[in-house]
Design a protein around this ligand. Structure first.
Ligand SMILES: NC(=O)c1ccc[n+]([C@@H]2O[C@H](COP(=O)([O-])OP(=O)(O)OC[C@H]3O[C@@H](n4cnc5c(N)ncnc54)[C@H](O)[C@@H]3O)[C@@H](O)[C@H]2O)c1
Ligand SMILES: O=C/C=C/C=C(\O)C(=O)O
Length: 484
């Protein structure tokens, strides 16, 4: 049984209810997960409040940062346990979990311990109307109890991307991991206890959204702030739920990210970048590419090379070193993606490769598999080119001029990420600056400096996190004016 973690202890939900954690590779049962009740969520929020008023709130900054570094070191020491848990929950290849998900789980604690250690606050000297000198200085204090609601695609990475800065800033947290991927959030409780994070600082409640732990948490009067990563429509529901309490929210939402390939691009680097941004994590990355705009002259070459790269991806068990493609997270998500495959066909698309379910071995047939897919013949205005699919697929669409490419790339309610491939440095800077997204990669993808601002606008979210930018959300600034 995967248990809730409240006030430093693992425990069953009071309602005695549980739900199944399924392995998306073969549809087998991994474990039952104990569902938290409203009372359990209340206990978790109260434990977080008590920790703030108790040992955690009394810690010096340097002690807090040293503890977060200890958390990172313990995640590294137990990397194998975290990889096994993440791989079981998601079905992603071991190589991906061990090189991306888990190392970032540790890095997300270190980067924010460093940020709070080194961040300055401001002071101003001036004079009052009566001519007497004044000194103004700013103070940062923790927001308090932060609700952290997480998605299933990069479970530990995205949860610690929020818990790291929240704790570094002196807050306490109640985490509600996705019902699809509860394991690593629960396991992190063992790390917190083993390094000496006081009880109540880090809490985990399992369940779903509406009328379950997610909603109980976002509507709880004892929660001071909500940080959410997930679908845009869920973000809207959480903002509505938070409105009554005027709670600050940080929203990392969906995307329909473009890649723009100019005809002077390095084709090898372009295909390598696109293969990752379209198919990595089976396309279940918010920053992933689902629209590829290619300048006409090299359109056919890019289509063929990307389709060949897709065809080389090998579905299989995570622990098989030959596996380069995992399943989607669930049968439900598989049905959603396959519905988009059918829609693409109905909208007149040509599947240059993929478009269905791969022929996997008998033992894997119950897994949530779809083929990596490259479409041509998709109109820029079509649903397949406008709606987030969140699978291993992309529409490749030709363009003639830079202006046309920019218009199409920006023609979306989202504003999260983009990638641009060109050898023309001036054009790279010009085009990147004109894209209305939060993150632009040039001749690359998902290369991350964790000190940089990260986040989206429009339907992709509210706020920026990363480095000192996270401190704006996880602290309250106040100003003190002294008149001499
Ligand atoms: N912008 C980013 O950084 C980023 C990162 C990863 C994923 N995402 C987005 O997340 C989505 C995939 O993740 P998902 O399917 O888990 O998202 P989701 O919105 O379905 O669920 C996310 C979390 O919210 C919870 N939840 C659902 N309804 C809720 C409610 N009413 N109140 C409180 N909690 C609720 C879920 O239980 C889950 O823990 C994609 O749209 C992807 O683009 C965005
Ligand atoms: O699926 C979305 C990935 C988000 C990644 C980050 O938030 C990050 O790299 O910090």
């Amino acid at each position: 049984m995967i248990l809730n973690f409240i006030n430093g202890q693992y425990r069953q939900g009071r309602g005695g209810r549980s739900f199944s954690d399924m392995n998306p590779v073969d549809g087998s049962l991994i474990a039952q997960v104990s569902e938290a009740t409203r009372e359990d969520v209340d206990d978790a929020v109260n434990a977080a409040r008590d920790a703030l008023a108790g040992p955690w709130g009394a810690l010096k900054l340097s002690q807090r940062c040293d503890l977060l570094y200890a958390v990172a070191a313990e995640i590294d020491r137990r990397a194998e346990d975290f990889v096994a848990a993440e791989v079981a929950d998601t079905g992603k290849p071991r190589s991906l979990a061990s090189h991306l998900d888990i190392p970032r789980g540790a890095a997300n604690f270190r980067v924010f311990a460093d940020a709070v250690r080194n961040v300055a606050t401001e002071t101003f000297t001036s004079h009052a109307p009566d001519g007497e000198p004044t000194l103004n200085y700013a103070l940062r204090r923790p927001k308090g109890v932060v609700a952290v609601i997480c998605p299933w695609n990069l479970p530990l990475l995205l949860m610690t991307w929020k818990v790291g800065p929240a704790l570094a800033c002196g807050n306490t947290v109640v985490v509600k991991p996705s019902e699809e991927t509860p394991a690593t959030a629960a396991l992190l409780g063992e790390v917190m206890n083993s390094v000496g994070i006081p009880k109540g600082v880090y809490n985990v409640v399992h369940g779903f959204g509406p009328e379950s732990a997610g909603e109980f948490l976002t509507t709880h009067p004892g929660v001071d702030a909500i940080t959410f990563t997930g679908e845009t429509r869920t973000g809207a529901a959480i903002i509505r739920a938070s409105a009554a309490g005027i709670k600050p929210v940080s929203m990392e939402l969906g995307g329909k990210n473009p890649a723009v390939v100019f005809d002077d691009a390095d084709l090898d680097a372009t295909i390598a970048g696109l293969t990752r941004s379209v198919f990595e994590n089976s396309g279940q990355v918010c920053l992933g590419t689902e629209r590829v705009y290619v300048q006409r002259r090299i359109f056919d070459a890019v289509v063929q090379r990307l389709a060949s790269a897709a065809a080389r991806l090998r579905p299989g068990r995570p622990e098989d070193p030959a596996t380069t493609l995992g399943p989607l997270i669930s049968a439900e998500h598989q049905r959603k993606v396959l519905d988009y495959f059918a829609l693409a066909k109905a909208e007149g698309a040509t599947a240059v490769c993929g478009g269905g379910v791969p022929d996997v071995s008998h033992e894997l047939k119950a897994g949530a598999w779809v083929e990596p897919t490259v479409w041509t013949g998709v109109a820029h205005e079509s649903r397949v080119a406008r709606e987030e699919i969140f699978g291993p697929c992309c529409a490749v669409i030709p363009f003639e001029t830079e202006a046309e490419a920019l218009r199409m790339a920006n023609d979306t309610p989202y504003g999260l990420a983009a990638s641009v491939y060109t050898s023309d440095v001036a054009r790279a800077h010009r085009f990147a600056g004109a894209l209305r997204v939060g993150v632009v990669w040039v001749n690359s993808w998902f290369v991350r400096d964790l000190r940089t601002p990260f986040g989206g606008s429009g339907a992709s979210g509210i706020g920026r996190e990363g480095g000192v930018h996270s401190l704006e959300f996880y602290t309250e600034l106040s100003n003190v004016c002294i008149k001499f």
